[in-house]
Design a protein around this ligand. Sequence first.
Ligand code: SAH
Length: 414
Amino acid sequence: MRWHFTDRVYDRTEDILVTYPRVHLRKGRERRVLEGHPWVFSGAVAHYIEVEPGSVVDVCDADGLFVGRGYYNAASSIPVRMLTRDEDATIDKRFILERLASAVTLRKQWIDGRTTNAYRLVHGESDGLPGLIVDRYADFLVVQFHTLGIERFREAVVASLEELLTPTGIYERSDVGTRRADGLEDFPTGLISGEEPPELIEITENRCGFLVDVRRGQKTGFFLDQRENRLDVQSFARDRDVLNCFSYSGGFSVYAGRGKAARVTSVDVSATAIELARQNLELNRLSPDVHPCLTENVFDYLKACRSDGVTYDLVVVDPPAFVKTQAALTQATRAYISLNRRAIEILSPGGILVTASCSTQIDYEGFFTILKHAATAAGRTVQVIRSHTQAIDHPTPVSFPEGRYLKCFFAVVQ
Ligand code: SAH
């Protein structure tokens, strides 16, 4: 018998309302969830229950009152990730389809489909689907299942995406460390539906063309979260000599070139990334002969510029996350200060520093403090003129500080 979706799920033979196992919180620990935080940390759980990992459970306060519904994994330091606070909601295929449909509708409102065909369709917790990432690259989708709980909805996710978007293919990139923290031991990648994507997918972002390697590229292939910051770099680039540190496939470089920069130098330690940056410049009719692409360590490159007296008018610094755990914070803070100091030192007076950090552990104020120390060490005056975060398709619930990861400041250096 086929499953029929009704408003609530009833046992098909006995017509009894399906209930979910209950997880009780310690006294007072429901507040954060009621405020909309999507995670229940282990310290908040009064006692663990015996259910199949990944099962849907009801979260109750110490008095037994319903707080919300989520999926459960006792092996994780986040034993429950919340799916809804609606007691009448049934977590089934239709629930997944509706969540995905509303995420898609928002992206259609937010992103101009005439100029951009690559963006994040589903940003996990922010779209009410914890652990799920779905990125669109032209006619293909790339998905990541970060947790055991969302893994159990794999079929519903794939079927819903096919129904809502009819993509040419859906490719999986669940090669993410977070799965290990969730007790998963496999990191699946590969085609899960439709046709194999080409070696490089050509996408359009604000009318710039980019080639994206969804199989081997970083994250799902492209740093979609910097889209708006790249556009801002374009508006500051005219006639400037630009240095793009940690360029990856040349995202900021292409925009700077399109903004009529005199020259854009891209530096990344990965030869594959630099080759792609070269191709992306060419795709946008920017010659790599004018705009050098260098496979080098940024720290060494900045040091060499300083000792050779080389300066730039705009420097982009967008490193990988230096800190992934709280314990590594002090060391990472030092690394950010030193990196930004080096970038500030080689800026000509009136030059622009575009500096980013995607470490969640460093917050907005913390990043200001890092820049203060970097400016002091460099002996320069630095004024922030723009402070941005991740692009619109990566929203963050106000009650979810862990979701606010990207900081991108534009500063004038005198
Ligand atoms: N700004 C890019 C994304 C940067 S991702 C964009 O908008 O698309 C971080 C990049 O830093 C990766 O490509 C990685 O290869 C590179 N990287 C990491 N350590 C490096 C180092 N020490 N020197 C140069 N590049 C480095």
